[in-house]
Design a binder for this molecule. Structure first.
Ligand SMILES: *Cc1c(COP(=O)(O)O)cnc(C)c1O
Length: 519
């Protein structure tokens, strides 16, 4: 009887609220998610070679607009066909991270279970900065931090980890913590040399500065700008032929900076540069930083994941000497973006980034329930519980899943490098240390002065043909083609097909044609 009357009441309510309550009905949810999952399964089953289907924004806009309901005054009913078409358009019109044609960027071909967990996160919608609101994510953050710290090697009782929405924000947060430690009054009083922002420092007033490898990610110079470190206060350290910081140049460069009235408080090393995946000599930099009392931040957004592999960990040798480490799990840990982990060697330092008091959210007296809160160490207020996909994958499959995947991709990249060395019309420009490979196409009749423009043209043609998606990067001022091996479908055979594609689009480009004509 009770069930009957509750059904009756529900029925009456539904009639009254109509479509307004329908959108919250679990049955609608089930129907809708089935539609979407079916479509995604089709998508994931497609192993064809796909680049980018680049559509004119006006054309796409029109297509998207046509999918919008024309209903204005009443709530439009759910239309499965419309949802299908929207999802279809969504899937088609961007990079195809699971296709072997996708070789251009660092977004990973995610492990689908990671997406399933993200789906749960999106529905339960727990913001993760405070324990009480998102309890499992906060505990999972601690567990994941402990798991990964085993490979960094810091004291388990005194290190700290926070998650941030991307590596760029992790770099910014670490630089802020470093700045506030070296200049404790900066937060309340501004730059110590604020009154003379010109290039000459007043006597005894060294201007805060950071030192970075010349090929550091652009987010670091942006972060510097945001925290009050001008372009002229960024000291660029020269690189060797492998695009790593030249150790013999660090001390002299820092000394020269000091003579110019700069006080370098933070040194930023890269563990996997974005352009070629080069690893700076972290251990040696760490020793020098320690000696000079400078904070060492390691931007491991791309390459920190190599730490979980016994075979590849040595690329980050000496990481335990760093003060902080940024680690993007949405790159080589294959989870949906963003999921970034920012590690600090010393817990105290993690508190130093944001020294502001907002007592309406931050409890003055921490108790067991607030001890895990990260709101005081994060820039974000509302934040997705981004650790969950990573933790669930780790919980379900363990470290070996990641180690094997990373090893496989790095090994494959080495093989591609070897393959390339046997092709006389291609030029290798570095030894790959991770899963990024840069090279140039240099047919015999290409003039030196045309090499740069030629690579740019090739990259654009490849993109527009839509078969493969690769990127372009400048190395020592000359453009090179760039391949990032980021999913499980890519094989050497696909790479061979890419080289054929490059030769094909290169054959009728003006730079070579011009040479051919003048011969
Ligand atoms: C990708 C990358 C970044 C930026 O990280 P986001 O997560 O894209 O914000 C920073 N540094 C390096 C070395 C990177 O490869």
């Amino acid at each position: 009887l009770e069930a009957q009357s509750s059904n009756l009441i529900n029925g009456l309510c539904r009639q009254r609220n109509g479509l307004l309550s329908d959108v919250f009905e679990p049955e609608s949810f089930q129907e809708q998610s089935h539609t979407v999952v079916r479509r995604l399964v089709e998508h994931l089953s497609d192993s064809s070679i796909k680049g980018l289907d680049l559509i004119d924004p006006a054309v796409l806009s029109k297509a998207a607009k046509d999918l919008m309901t024309s209903e204005r005054d009443t709530i439009a009913a759910f239309d499965e066909k419309r949802l299908s078409e929207i999802v279809d358009l969504y899937i088609r019109t961007g990079i195809q991270v699971h296709s072997p044609g996708y070789l251009g960027r660092q977004f990973s071909g995610v492990i689908p279970l990671g997406g399933v967990v993200d789906f749960v996160s999106a529905v339960v919608n727990q913001p993760s900065s405070f324990y009480e609101a998102a309890q499992l994510p906060n505990v999972a953050e601690r567990l994941m931090a402990d798991e990964l710290n085993q490979f960094i090697g810091w004291d388990p009782d005194s290190f700290a980890m926070v998650t941030t929405s991307g590596g760029s924000l992790a770099n910014l947060t670490a630089l802020l913590a470093a700045r506030n430690k070296a200049f404790p009054d900066f937060w309340s009083h501004g730059s110590p040399a604020g009154s003379n922002a010109g290039s000459q420092a007043a006597e005894g007033q060294a201007r805060p500065a950071i030192a970075v490898g010349a090929d550091v990610h652009y987010s670091v110079s942006r972060a510097a700008g945001i925290i009050g470190i001008g372009e002229s206060q960024i000291v660029r350290l020269p690189l060797n032929g492998d695009q790593q910081i030249r150790m013999d140049q660090v001390r002299p460069t820092l000394e020269a900076a000091e003579k110019r009235g700069l006080k370098v408080f933070c040194l930023v090393a890269s563990a996997g540069t974005t352009s070629v995946g080069a690893f700076d000599p972290i251990g040696e930099l760490g020793e020098l930083a320690r000696e000079l009392n400078i904070w060492l931040h390691v931007d491991g957004a791309h390459g920190a994941s190599l730490l979980v592999s016994d075979r590849l960990r040595h690329r980050l040798r000496g990481i335990e000497k760093a003060d902080s480490l940024a680690w993007d799990a949405h790159k080589m840990m294959f989870v949906p973006a963003p999921c970034t982990l920012l590690f600090y060697r010393d817990k105290q330092d993690s508190l130093g980034a944001f020294r502001q008091h907002a007592s309406y959210v931050f409890d003055e007296e921490p108790d067991p329930y607030t001890a895990l809160d990260s709101g005081d160490k994060n820039f974000e207020c509302t934040k997705r519980p981004m650790i969950m996909a990573l933790w669930v994958l780790w919980a379900m499959h363990g470290r070996a899943l990641f180690a094997e995947k990373i090893e496989q991709l790095c090994e494959l990249t080495e093989n591609l490098h070897q393959l390339l060395s046997g092709e006389p019309d291609f030029e290798t420009v570095h030894r790959p240390e991770a899963n990024i490979l840069c090279f140039r196409y240099r047919p015999a009749d290409l003039r030196d002065e045309d090499v740069h423009g030629f690579q740019v043209d090739i990259r654009n043609r490849i993109k527009h043909r839509g078969r493969f998606f690769i990127s372009k990067v400048d190395i020592d001022g000359v453009a090179a083609l760039r391949v990032v091996v980021m999913n499980h479908r890519i094989t050497p055979e696909h790479f061979r097909l890419l080289l054929e594609e490059i030769r094909l689009v290169g054959s009728d480009l003006p730079a070579v044609a011009h040479e051919a004509r003048s011969r």
